[in-house]
Ligand binder design. Structure first.
Ligand code: FAD
Length: 610
């Protein structure tokens, strides 16, 4: 094949330059002045990742300097929202460092809103502070650029390399440049994966021409999960997918509406409905429904139940708040930061929220580890806090030696958001630098054979297309290849119907999951025949393969946890109740590197905060 190969040898490789990755690059330089630090990013770090468009609020700030919150409070909050199950050691570790990261953002030029009376950061809610955040991402990208030896933009990383001198150690990563088509080989002593969450594994509500409009970033393709899964790393809480209550069709955010504009919801007949589902929810989850704040999934549950009962759609009552010109302005401006399209949708549907209460709906499920849920890799915690079972040497190191993670990639750390992900990148990088130093002059061995095998695998979809194309004279349907978009639609359909998506009201059971897993396995064989007509489609092909691995993991975990822990995120019809006696635990999976077999186990939840 006439494909150019570019080699880069480094100490620390950061895969994905989003919030976690930029934090990692910055901190790796601080501790590793003499080390070679490289970032490989699928897009361009200036505008990549979930924060690309900018944000209106930083959702995780303790405000310890003003006595507002302590890290313990945040652990309690995240634990409560996740129905008891988080990695409290990791959550505490992030929370105790997050304020310093936020102070850095201000130092680097991010404009913060301040309370005119107190001079403190303007709060939107207990944890959120408000920013003029259009340039949030370019600002953190600049810090990463000033720190890394080299930033490779437009590189889609497809696989991790393994060190052949040891059984279970990472040796770098490989991928390709989505513009030039060059094959890139990064040999590295430590790798930090921070490649974002996963959208488009379940069929979205917006299909056809609206397909690109999802709540989580459409370019978040599950690489943060697939890369460690392929390398045999253990994953945790992958069943803990998230469903969001958002403005219909534009997925516009509702947080500022509830918190700042004090708007509220009602059913189609103008009635409050949440309290009418109290007894039903209590029968499912017991005393968790009495917690404050009410866990997000349970509020979803009330909304989903109300619509199922025939009293939908649910409306957000904006007509009152929008009479105040100041609040009206804030209501519209809220979308400018990150969801301009919500305003466009309303304009196109003749909805002026001053006169018409807009509809809310629940989204399709997504997978992530940094927002309000905590799917991701199982990793070692901080030395001073973690119980023995959660600690194997280096903070945020996965169960593969030398492989670290941050942000959406790491499991158990819900409610980290942008600032917490950046902080987690810093934590992981500090540990990765220590790991590299401890290795000293030990070499990583990656054979030419390993590299050339990956090269063949990565570019195979181009070959499939070129050869298969000869068999047809027109159109997109070929007897011997499948296009990425066709594969994606197959995947989304199976996940939707069998693993608890929107068309089944988030309901699944053991039989559906077993069949779903069979269908996903068949798909894995079919996806060997994906055809890519150009480099862009080659990227789509690898995004699809990463989404498939993520989906398999989600399905395996959902089957394993025999209870309904988070009604409103998904339901196990054969186990419709929360079962603390048997399932007050974290779930772990591991996919065998060689055979592809999955094994599941439970891990205890340690409550290190009262
Ligand atoms: C709609 C929405 C609203 C949000 N609102 C807020 C908010 O108001 N406040 C707040 O604090 N947080 C908010 N968040 C959360 C915040 O954006 C995330 O927590 C944070 O971005 C996660 O950081 P990350 O590094 O894990 O992922 P990201 O920041 O998404 O970065 C992942 C990076 O990896 C790259 N990548 C992906 N795959 C590959 C690959 N195979 N090879 C190379 N690179 C790859 C991507 O291009 C991207 O640059 C919001 C998120 C979303 C989606």
């Amino acid at each position: 094949m006439g494909i150019k190969t570019v080699y880069e040898d480094c100490d620390v490789l950061v895969v994905g330059g989003g919030m976690g990755g930029t934090g990692a690059a910055y901190e790796a330089r601080y501790w590793g002045r003499d080390l070679k630090i490289v970032v490989a990013e699928k897009a361009n770090i200036d505008r990549s990742g979930a924060v690309a468009q900018g944000l209106y609020a930083i959702n995780c700030y303790m405000g310890t300097q003003w006595g507002e919150n302590n890290p313990e409070d945040h652990v309690r909050y995240a634990r409560n929202d996740l129905m008891g199950l988080v990695r409290e050691d990791l959550a505490f570790d992030m929370a105790r460092h997050v304020d310093s990261a936020v102070h850095k953002f201000e130092e680097w030029g991010l404009p913060f809103m301040r309370d005119p009376d107190t001079g403190r950061y303007q709060r939107e809610g207990k944890w959120q502070i408000m920013i003029h955040g259009e340039s949030y991402k370019p600002i953190v990208a600049n810090a990463a650029r000033n720190s890394a030896d080299k930033i490779y933009n437009r590189i889609m990383v497809t696989h991790l390399l393994m060190d052949e001198s040891r059984g279970n150690r990472v040796g770098g990563a490989v991928g390709f440049n989505v513009r030039t088509g060059a094959f890139h080989v990064f040999r590295a002593k430590a790798v930090i994966v921070s490649a974002g969450g996963a959208s488009h594994i379940f069929k979205p509500r917006s299909v056809g021409e609206g397909m690109g409009r999802t709540w989580y970033a459409p370019w978040s393709s599950g690489s943060a999960y697939a890369l460690p899964i392929q390398a045999g790393a253990k994953m945790t809480q992958m069943e803990n997918r998230i469903v969001l209550a958002r403005f219909k069709d534009g997925y516009g955010p509702v947080g500022a509406y509830f918190l700042h504009l004090k708007t509220y919801t009602q059913n189609a007949y103008g009635n409050e409905y949440e309290s009418t589902w109290y007894d039903d929810t209590k029968a499912m989850v017991g005393e968790y429904i009495d917690h404050h704040p009410v866990p997000t999934c349970l509020r979803n549950h009330a909304m989903i139940s109300e619509v199922k009962a025939g009293r939908g759609p649910i409306h957000m009552v904006t007509r009152e708040a929008f009479q105040d010109p100041h609040l009206e302005k804030i209501g519209w401006e809220n979308f400018l930061g990150m969801t301009v399209s919500q305003a466009v949708v309303w304009a196109s549907q003749d909805i002026d929220p001053k006169y018409i209460n807009p509809e809310l709906t629940t989204s399709e499920p997504y997978v992530m580890g940094s927002h309000a849920t905590c799917s991701g890799a199982w990793c070692s915690g901080p030395e001073d806090l973690s119980p023995d079972e959660y600690q194997w040497g280096y903070n945020r190191m996965m169960t593969v030696d030398g492989l670290f993670g941050a942000g959406d990639a790491i499991g158990g750390t819900a409610h980290a958001f942008s600032s917490g992900s950046f902080t987690e990148g810093r934590i992981a990088a500090k540990a990765a630098v220590k790991y590299v130093r401890d290795l000293r002059n030990e070499k990583i061995e990656v054979s030419d054979k390993q590299i050339s095998n990956f090269k063949k695998t990565i570019f195979q979809p181009l070959e499939n297309y070129q050869v298969g194309r000869n068999e047809i004279v027109g159109g997109t349907v070929s007897p011997s290849y499948l296009l990425p978009i066709q594969g994606l639609q197959r995947l989304e359909k199976v996940m939707d119907e069998y693993v608890g998506g929107i068309s089944v009201n988030y309901m699944t059971n053991d039989k559906l999951l077993e069949r779903g897993i069979e269908l996903l396995n068949i798909m894995e064989e079919d996806f060997e025949h994906i055809g890519a007509e150009d480099l862009h489609q080659l990227m789509r092909a690898w995004e699809l393969k990463h989404r498939l691995l993520t989906s398999q993991s989600v399905a395996q975990h959902t089957l394993y946890r025999e209870e309904t822990r988070w009604p409103g995120y998904y339901y196990r019809g054969d186990h419709l109740k929360l079962d603390d006696e048997n399932w007050h635990c974290l779930t772990l999976s591991q996919r065998d590197r060689q055979t592809g077999e999955w094994t599941m186990e439970k891990a205890p939840v340690y409550h290190i905060v009262d």
